[in-house]
Design a protein around this ligand. Sequence first.
Ligand code: FES
Ligand SMILES: [Fe+2]
Length: 380
Amino acid sequence: MPPEAYIDEAWFARERELVMKPLWQFVGPKMLLGKHNAFLRRSICGVDVVVQNFHGELRAFENSCLHRQNPIQQQPQGVRPLVCNYHGWGYGAEGAVENIPFHDSAYRLPTQERACLKLRGFQLRCVGQLVFVNLSTQPLAIEQQFSTAMLDSLERVSAHFDNEVLIARFPARCNWKLAYENLRDSLHPRYVHSRTLYQQVKFAPSMDETAIADVRRYHQAGSADHEAHMARLRTFSNGGLDSPIQNMPRFSWHENVERFGTDDWYMNWLAFPNLHIASGSGGHSFIIEHHQPVSAHSTELLVYYVTARKKRSYPTSGAVLLSHLEGATKVLREDIEIMEHVQQGLAPHVPRATLGDFEYINQAVERWYMDVMERRRGIA
Ligand code: FES
Ligand SMILES: [Fe+2]
């Protein structure tokens, strides 16, 4: 893509409207929303979004109080009713204002006006334990974005996520697109992770000649029609077994969890645009990595660490998550460092990337993305 796609703030704003808002966006794991009044607050495409559990029903709203625009939930996650802390306005499952303290003595809103007070709601879809929202008024079906096989796979793996979750944030001074490109590049681990991940997993490019020839044609000619354009989008997301893990370490806590699968393989789920799930322990534990675009130059990586669901609780489970974080953080920092270097190298005059055959998915994404950005195709 042209360097502007990674460095220009006007481009970033256009990308948000044309590419990101029409797509389903990950909000967070459902394990954090288990109780009545549990909530998640996230900035999705620049919109302050709250997902709240009302007696088991999950609802997504704009997190802005209708009285004076104070954010209703102030923490990134927690358990608290949907009540504004400025003057106590309380909201119900439909987003309507259910309680206005001192209404009759102080506010005295006309009945008509009060009846119209309703938070802006968004469509929400749970894929197993993964919560997605769509910000558009006429959202595309999530099945248009992800194939049935991908949705099934996400459901099956997330069913194994445990309820104990460790969350960490990593700011990265780079464009979010560098992260998805990096994840679809199987040659970088031997250089960037030579002393960490690559010691255990010998990633190698998959040279699927049929797919490569198909992407070559697509890159030249684009999609035949809208349907083909949307079908192409579904090829950007996939998941499952990636590569074998050499001499996978065994830990006693493995006995305490219901492992996902039985293979000593590195597993990887890439959900376009910005969600990545991986297991570097053959299904005993997982990282859920969400790359949240902040600006053209900055991305916040929000990472959730979980083990497979516990068969029984055990006293060291917190320590297991901490050591999981420590191991995964080394690899993540290596990626962030290289992406920040690439970002520094991007300037208006630099030539465009030179992608090889093994990077065929990134080549396809480039064509698809540019078709949307240059309004040759839309998302619906
Ligand atoms: S701003 Fe929310 S109740 Fe006043
Ligand atoms: Fe990497």
